[in-house]
Design a protein around this ligand. Sequence first.
Ligand code: UD1
Length: 417
Amino acid sequence: MDKLLIQGGIPISGEVRISGAKNAALPLMCASLLSREPLALSNLPHLRDVTTMLRLLGQMGVQVSLDDRAGVELRAGDVVNPVAPYELVKTMRASVLVLGPLVARFGEARVSLPGGCAIGLRPVDQHLKGLQAMGAEIRVEHGDILARAGRLKGARIVMDLVTVTGTENLMMAACLAEGMTTLENAAREPEVVDLAHCLIAMGAHIFGAGTDVIVIQGVDSLHGASHRTMPDRIETGTFLVAAAATQGSIRLIGADARILDSVLEKLREAGADVSADDGGIHLAMARRPNSVNLRTAPYPGFPTDMQAQFMALNAIAKGTAVITETIFENRFMHAIELQRLGAEVETSGNTAVVRGVLGLQGARVMATDLRASASLVIAGLVADGETVIDRIYHLDRGYECIEEKLSSVGARIRRAN
Ligand code: UD1
């Protein structure tokens, strides 16, 4: 199994190009199931989750062709096997995003029920409730969701809580339903908006994406389109925190500051100098960061996917910070690993109190989930001596070429197995 070895204590400095967003790429790829014509997606990141989604679509009968500029063409002419098996769903919960498109276009789907995952329970009841409201018959049998429908019917759906993939699944399904669907309490995440833009390019009629009420007027069929995947705001935030924590300076090419307000505000509060233009975002940190309190919330609130990285920043900041996690119930597993590096963190329920220390010391640690791994990388970049991070397959699910990108800005980091 691969490990990352980091020699810490060096401020990072230079330029990094931001990749396409994982959380936009996965639903965009599933949108291809809604049309028999090809969907051409560019700027897809080279990530394990993207490869898993390609395998999933491929085994359903979607024709996949790649070009050498990170472009993929997906043609779901005749889907022969509308099934998402357990082996793939268990490695990537986002596999459930095939459910809405399959039921809407083919009238049937068998998708393995995602189990719990390291960061919490994560049920899919809202996805199922929405599809049922549109007329689908849903059963759970032998651990699989079985869905069947004639043509779906537009409906008014009020979601009990804000769910990103739930909103995406139902928005995709509603595109081919008969009549109008209203999604209330919808997720406002930029990835939902990116998906809506792609669906609109395919001929869908969608209004209000980016607000908490999305209205979709169903059409009989969608056609092919080309779409460029938006930049990854979580990769962007992770590199910004790495620069802030090491008191370095970084320019992120292709990053979009307009979708990162809550994160940039916290970095400024920590003492960073942040500026943005059309080409990207620049951050410089001249002194030890100040600690910053934060509370995760659905967009435009502070993203849960940046919570772990800010815990690493707070670990070496001046002062004490309180971090409250409101989205997932078990998302502090990085705290105990950060303690191995010398961080002073106490957790109780959904709150963590982080007392900033002057420095961390390198140690052997274990990655437990995707964003927890990113926080360990940041802590390793700051720590004195060598940090060895085990189980980095989690990182490969969501960060494209992280060690190459960090090396290019002066970090001493390498992969070994
Ligand atoms: C997406 C992101 C993930 C991010 C999360 C929250 C993708 C591929 N993944 O995950 O990186 O951390 O949003 O911003 O986009 N819930 C229910 N019932 C449901 C659906 C969700 O109770 O039917 C709960 C979940 O357990 C969780 C909360 O709602 O507590 C939010 O989850 P959700 O927004 O659905 O997360 P994902 O879409 O899986």
